[in-house]
Write a protein that binds this ligand. Structure first.
Ligand code: TYM
Length: 319
């Protein structure tokens, strides 16, 4: 199966990105033909600093590699290095009703959050569809907030096939258990890159411990607290099964001490990311090797995306 996914270089990657996306990517890279990109073109739809942007893009590549993505198995590249994505986007734009774009939850959330309503922010999901369809990918491993966008890619593939003949597979979103990791401070909101509400993959052990210690566990209006559920979700991801079992039993028996749960969780996260922190430093110290990964990735990606675009142009009568 062909698979494509990506992450915007809009800030430091956090545990939501890791559990929702990267962990799934790791599991898929040996079994499937996978394309993992840094979505730099998506990142410029919201304010960013051109002076530090290249460094931010390279940081995300280093995150990918340090997390265990292997260029021998995965094609790792930067979105703007493959111009076929934006070319295919234009073709797909002509098949996209603007009403569908206006209804996108992420778009509406961003506007509500004060973002400028530029055309890039509105058409962002069409570019995402082009990212996926350029590889004729069947699947996009993402977190829950991106599902609606993958569904648009599926609708556009269907529409294209209906109008011009069977060309694209209909891609499906692929979700993990941790499809929605919540903010530690406000557990009714998702953990995000823009708020200081999450754990960055690069956080030092002391920072991780402090942030987890301060995580909100209080219930609002009875029932299980969203904050506690979120801590359990992370514990199941990173801790040994016997540790998870101990806290699950204590929770059931009403004997749980949240301070102990937090200590165990912080320990598990610190432990899980210890090799990551070390590898990331080494990767960033070797700029030539990192460049090689990206040059090679773009070359491999363009081979496939170029083929798709050429065939698509012919199909729709542009050639
Ligand atoms: P982005 O950069 O906002 O997020 C990257 C990935 O992380 C997931 N994610 C989460 N998962 C669980 N809990 C959270 N709190 C959380 N926050 C983020 C996202 O769902 C996503 O999978 N437009 C995309 C990037 C993109 C893309 C693509 C993805 C561009 N083209 C094609 C898939 C296929 C984005 O901005 O993701």
């Amino acid at each position: 199966m062909r698979i494509l996914s990506g992450i915007r270089p809009s800030g430091t990657l956090h545990l939501g990105n890791y559990i929702g996306a990267i962990q799934q990517w790791l599991g898929l890279q040996r079994e499937h033909e996978v394309y993992y990109m840094v979505a730099d073109l998506h990142a410029i739809t919201t304010p960013y600093d051109p002076k530090t942007f290249q460094a931010q893009i390279r940081d995300v590549v280093a995150d990918y590699l340090a997390a265990g993505l292997d260029p021998k198995h995965a094609t790792i590249f930067v979105q703007s290095h493959v111009p076929e994505h934006t070319q295919l986007m234009w073709v797909l734009s002509s098949l996209t009703p603007t009403g569908e774009l206006n209804r996108m939850t992420q778009y509406k959330d961003k506007l509500r959050g004060g973002a400028l309503a530029n055309a890039g922010l509105l058409t962002y999901p069409i570019l995402m569809a082009a990212d996926i369809l350029a590889y004729r990918a069947e699947c996009g491993p993402v977190g829950e907030d991106q599902v609606q966008h993958v569904e648009l890619a599926r609708d556009l593939a269907k529409r294209f096939n209906r109008m011009f003949g069977k060309t694209f597979p209909e891609p499906q979103p692929l979700l993990s258990q941790g499809k929605r990791i919540m903010s530690l401070k406000e557990p009714d909101k998702k953990m995000s890159k823009t708020n200081d509400d999450g754990i960055a993959l690069t956080d030092a052990p002391a920072v991780i411990q402090r942030k987890i210690a301060k995580a909100v566990t209080a219930t609002r209006g009875g029932g299980t607290s969203a904050g506690v559920e979120n801590l359990f979700l992370m514990l199941r991801t990173f801790a040994e099964p016997n540790v998870v079992g101990r806290f699950e039993r204590a929770e059931r028996d009403g004997a749980i001490k949240y301070a102990e749960l937090k200590t165990a969780l912080a320990e598990a996260i610190v432990h899980h990311f210890a090799p990551f922190r070390k590898r990331r430093k080494e990767i960033l110290a070797d700029a030539t090797a990192l460049d090689r990964v990206l040059t090679d990735g773009a070359r491999r990606a363009r081979l496939i995306a170029g083929e798709t675009l050429a065939a698509g142009y012919t199909t729709i009568g542009l050639r």
